[in-house]
Design a protein around this ligand. Structure first.
Ligand code: 13P
Length: 345
C-alpha cells in the first residue's frame, strides 16, 4: 500500500485530471449511494434491489457512443464491485469503452456537533486502505462531497474550515494512491437567499478549500474542482437569467480557484436537465478562462434516462438514446455551441 506521494503517483493524478476534462467531454456521476438510488428508482415506480441497480447501471455504462461526450464515470462502492451480465467487471467494461472509472469515497454527511443545521462529511477512517483496494478494482479518480447550507448565520466559519480540512485530507490520500481527487464543496441552492449571498458563500468556501489544499501539500494540477454554479436560492423571488448566472459563476471562480487547477466540473444540484446545459453553455460563452469548464452531472444526465427506462427491459435502447442525447448536448455546451433547438433533435 502506497504511503507516500511520489513523482509517479503525482503524474498519474495529473494525466487523469487532464483526460477527465478533455475538450467536449464531461463526467457522468453515477455514484448515488444505496438510499439515494432507491429514491431515484422509487420516483419511476421501481423497487431498488441489487439486481435492478446492477441492470440500470449496466444500461448506462453500455450506452453506445457515450465516450464521445463523457470522459469518466463516478461509481459507488457497490457498483465498482458489480459485473455486466456477461461477467465483465464494471470498471473493466468502462475502461474498454474509453470511459475512466472513478469512485465516490466519502461516507455521506453527519451533523456537525455544536453547530445546529450544519454538516460535516465522514469517511476518512481507513481511507488509505480503501484507496488501495479501489486502485486494485480499477479506479483512477475519486470524489468527496462536502455540503454547505445557506441560512440565518450559516455557514459558520467552523463549518467551512472543518469541511475544507476533510476535503484536503481526502485529496492528499487520493494523490498518494495515484488517483485524481475531485474536490466537491457543494453550496446548496435550498433557501430564499439572493444570488449575491450564494456568490459570497461560494467564494468563502472555495478560499477555505484552497487554503487547506495548500496546507496539506496537495498538487493542484492533479485535482479537479466540482463546485455549484452561483445561483439564487430556489425559493428566492428574484430569479435571474442564465447570462447573469454565468457571469457570477465565472467571477466567483476567478476570485477563488487557482490557475493550476486543470478543470472545474460543475454539479447540477437539482437544476432542470435543460437548465443545467444552458447555463454551462452560457458559462463557456463567457470568455476564455484559465481552466476547462465542464460538467459532472448526476441528476441532470440521468433524469431523462430514468424516465425513458421506467424499469422495463424493452425501454433499454430508448433510455440509452436519452443518455446519449443529454450527454451530446452537454458536450456542445462545453464549446458554448448548445442551442435550445437541439433539445428536439
Ligand atoms: P448532481 O449533478 O445530481 O447534483 O450530482 C452530482 C454529484 O455527484 C453530487 O455529488
Amino acid at each position: 500500500m502506497a504511503t507516500r506521494t511520489t513523482a509517479s503517483t503525482r503524474s498519474a493524478a495529473v494525466s487523469t485530471a487532464q483526460a477527465l476534462v478533455a475538450p467536449g467531454k464531461g463526467i457522468l456521476a453515477a455514484d448515488e449511494s444505496t438510499p439515494t438510488i432507491a429514491k431515484r428508482l422509487a420516483a419511476i415506480g421501481v423497487e431498488s434491489t441489487e439486481p435492478v441497480r446492477r441492470a440500470y447501471r449496466e444500461l448506462l455504462f453500455m450506452t453506445p457512443g457515450l465516450a464521445e461526450h463523457v470522459s469518466g464515470v463516478i461509481l459507488y462502492d457497490e457498483t465498482i464491485r458489480q459485473r455486466a451480465a456477461d461477467g465483465t467487471p464494471f470498471p473493466e467494461l468502462l475502461a474498454s469503452a474509453g470511459l475512466i472509472p472513478g469512485i465516490k469515497v466519502d461516507a455521506g454527511t453527519a451533523p456537525l456537533a455544536g453547530f445546529p443545521d450544519e454538516l460535516a462529511t465522514e469517511g476518512l477512517d481507513g481511507l488509505r486502505r480503501r484507496f488501495a483496494e479501489y486502485v486494485e478494482l480499477g479506479a483512477r479518480f475519486a470524489k468527496w462531497r462536502a455540503v454547505i447550507a445557506i441560512g440565518e448565520g450559516r455557514p459558520t466559519r467552523t463549518c467551512l474550515e472543518t469541511n475544507a480540512h476533510l476535503l484536503a485530507r481526502y485529496a492528499a490520500l487520493a494523490q498518494e494512491a495515484g488517483l485524481t481527487p475531485i474536490v466537491e464543496p457543494e453550496v446548496l441552492m435550498d433557501g430564499p437567499h439572493p444570488i449575491e449571498r450564494c456568490a459570497e458563500v461560494t467564494v468563502a468556501a472555495l478560499r477555505a478549500v484552497y487554503d487547506q489544499l495548500a496546507e496539506h501539500r496537495v498538487h493542484l494540477e492533479g485535482t479537479l474542482l466540482k463546485p455549484n454554479m452561483v445561483l439564487p436560492g430556489s425559493e428566492c423571488p428574484d430569479q435571474v437569467d442564465d447570462e447573469t448566472i454565468a457571469a457570477r459563476t465565472v467571477t466567483v471562480m476567478r476570485e477563488a480557484v487557482p490557475v493550476a487547477v486543470p478543470g472545474i466540473v460543475l454539479l447540477s444540484g437539482g437544476q432542470g436537465d435543460a437548465q443545467a446545459t444552458a447555463r454551462l453553455d452560457a458559462i463557456n460563452r463567457h470568455g476564455t478562462q484559465p481552466w476547462q469548464l465542464s460538467f459532472s452531472y448526476g441528476r441532470a444526465l440521468q433524469g431523462p434516462v430514468l424516465r425513458a427506462w421506467a424499469g422495463e427491459e424493452h425501454n433499454r435502447e430508448a433510455a440509452q438514446a436519452a443518455l446519449l442525447h443529454r450527454a451530446a448536448l452537454n458536450g456542445a455546451a462545453r464549446y458554448g455551441s448548445y442551442l435550445p433547438g437541439m433539445e428536439e433533435d
